[in-house]
Design a protein around this ligand. Structure first.
Ligand SMILES: [Zn+2]
Ligand SMILES: [Zn+2]
Length: 431
C-alpha cells in the first residue's frame, strides 16, 4: 500500500482525506520501525503490549530499537485477557513516562483501542504494530471501549503509521485470522445498506469509496481458501482489506463503508455480555455470524412486496415507550443511550415514516436491484465460512438462537443508521 491517503477530485464532490501517513504491510515490516521513527523525528517511544503480543512481536521490536540506539519505555500488561475499560487504560497511564512523545502499540483489538486512547490523552502520535489481522479498527479514529459498564465508541486517535509484518500476521492464532476475515465479510452488507440508505433517507453516499471497499472484499474472497494454509497472499489481502476499511471510513467521514446491520448484531452480543455476563466472542467472529443473519434477512426482503396499508397500520400501533421497556430487559443499561437517541432523531415519527415509506414504494425495484448487485446468497457465504471452520450461528457466539428475532428488532435502535431491520420496520414486516 502507498503512503498517500487522499482522493482530491472525487465525483461525489468531497475531498477524501485520511490522516494515516504510513502503511507498511510486507514480510519483515518490523525492520522498518526504526526508519519510521527517525522519519517521525521523535525522542522516545512508549511501547504498549501484553504477554502474548510481547512474544509475537514485542521482544523483536525492543531488539530493533536497541540495535538502532533508540531510547524507549514500555508497559506490558501482566495478563493476556484485557478489557477495554477505565481500569486497563488507567494501568497504562500510571506507567506512562511523560518524556515519551510517541506511542507504539504492539497487538490488535483491545491493545489498539487502549493505546489510541493513551495517544489522545498524551497528545502523541501513534503507531500500531499489528500481531493479528483480526479487526478493522487499525485505521479508525475511534476506540471501542467500555465506559461505566456500557459499550461505547470513543473518539481517540488515528494511527500515524500501521505496520503489519506478514511473517507475524500469518502465524497469528487461527481464530484471530478468521475473525479478521469475518469482519471483511461484513462489507457485503455495509455497502448494500449504504446504497439503500442513500435512496431512502437521502444520506451521503460515495461510489468511489464504496468501490474501494468492494474491491478489497473481492480480493479477500478470492484468496480465502488459502487462509488456513497461512498463505502470505491470503493473509495480506485480509490485513490490507481491514486497513482499507478504516481508511474508507475516514474518507467517507462515516462508518457506512465498513459497518452495517451485521455490526449491530455483534454490538448487541457485547452489550448483553457486559450487562448480564452472557458469553461473547471476538468482534470479527460475531460480525461474521451477523453477516449471515443479515444475508438471510435480505433474502426475506427480496421476496417482499411493499404493502402501504399494512406498513401504516403497523407504524400507528407502535409505541416507543412500551418498546423501550423490552429494550431495557434485553439490552440493559445501554438502553438509556438508545432512548436519548430516539428523542433526538425521532425515527418513529409518523410523518417521517410515511415519507420514507413513499420513497421505498416508489424505488422498490431499485432497492431490489441493489440487493441483487451487492449481496451473495446466504448459502454461498455459509458454505465458505463452514469450510474454514468459522462459527455460523448466533448460539456459537453467545446469543441463544431463540433470542435472535428480538435481537434483530433491537438493532434498529442502537444508532441512527438505516439498515435491514429499519427497512423491515418501515414496511411493517419486522415482527
Ligand atoms: Zn467520493
Ligand atoms: Zn468491524
Amino acid at each position: 500500500m502507498s503512503s498517500e491517503f487522499m482522493i482530491s477530485n472525487c465525483s461525489c464532490g468531497k475531498k477524501h482525506i485520511c490522516s494515516v501517513e504510513h502503511v507498511v504491510i510486507q514480510e519483515g515490516a518490523l525492520e522498518e520501525i526504526p526508519r519510521l521513527l527517525h522519519l517521525a523525528e521523535i525522542q522516545k517511544p512508549f511501547l504498549v503490549m501484553d504477554q502474548h503480543t510481547k512474544l509475537a512481536a514485542g521482544d523483536q521490536v525492543v531488539r530493533l530499537l536497541e540495535a538502532a540506539s533508540i531510547d524507549y519505555r514500555q508497559y506490558t500488561f501482566p495478563t493476556g485477557d484485557i478489557e477495554p475499560n477505565e481500569h486497563s487504560l488507567g494501568r497504562v497511564m500510571m506507567a506512562f513516562d511523560p518524556h515519551c512523545d510517541f506511542i507504539i502499540a504492539i497487538g490488535s483489538g483491545v491493545i489498539n483501542d487502549i493505546a489510541k486512547m493513551l495517544a489522545r490523552v498524551s497528545r502523541s502520535r501513534y503507531m500500531i504494530v499489528a500481531t493479528a489481522p483480526s479487526m478493522d479498527g487499525f485505521a479508525s479514529p475511534s476506540s471501542s471501549m467500555e465506559q461505566e459498564g456500557v459499550k461505547v465508541s470513543l473518539e481517540s486517535a488515528t494511527a500515524w503509521a500501521i505496520v503489519g509484518d506478514l511473517t507475524i500476521l500469518r502465524n497469528a492464532p487461527t481464530r484471530l485470522l478468521l475473525a479478521g476475515f469475518g469482519d471483511m465479510l461484513a462489507k457485503y452488507v455495509s455497502i448494500c445498506e449504504w446504497r439503500i440508505a442513500h435512496i431512502v433517507t437521502g444520506e451521503y453516499y460515495c461510489g468511489t469509496v464504496a468501490a474501494l471497499t468492494r474491491d478489497a472484499l473481492r480480493t479477500c474472497i478470492k484468496n480465502a481458501p488459502k487462509l488456513l494454509l497461512r498463505d502470505t497472499t491470503a493473509t495480506k489481502s485480509v490485513m490490507e482489506g481491514l486497513v482499507l476499511s478504516g481508511i474508507a471510513m475516514s474518507y467517507a467521514g462515516v462508518s457506512r463503508p465498513a459497518s452495517g446491520m451485521e455490526h449491530y448484531i455483534s454490538h448487541l452480543i457485547d452489550m448483553r455480555s457486559l450487562a448480564f455476563g452472557t458469553p461473547a466472542d471476538l468482534h470479527g467472529t460475531q460480525v461474521g455470524v451477523g453477516t449471515l443473519v443479515s444475508l438471510k434477512l435480505y433474502e426475506k426482503i427480496r421476496k417482499l412486496q411493499p404493502d402501504r396499508a399494512k406498513a401504516l397500520k403497523a407504524a400507528a400501533a407502535f409505541d416507543f415507550s412500551v418498546w423501550a421497556e423490552t429494550l431495557r430487559t434485553f439490552v440493559g443499561p445501554g438502553t438509556e443511550l438508545m432512548v436519548a437517541l430516539e428523542k433526538r432523531d425521532r425515527k418513529y415519527d409518523p410523518q417521517a415514516h410515511a415519507k420514507r415509506l413513499e420513497t421505498i414504494i416508489s424505488n422498490w425495484d431499485r432497492i431490489l436491484a441493489i440487493i441483487d448487485e451487492e449481496l451473495p446468497s446466504y448459502e454461498e457465504i455459509h458454505q465458505l465460512m463452514s469450510s474454514l471452520g468459522m462459527p455460523t450461528t448466533v448460539d456459537e457466539v453467545g446469543l441463544e438462537a431463540a433470542l435472535l428475532p428480538l435481537a434483530i428488532r433491537c438493532t434498529k435502535d442502537i444508532r441512527d443508521k438505516y439498515m435491514a431491520s429499519r427497512l423491515l420496520w418501515d414496511l411493517g414486516e419486522l415482527d
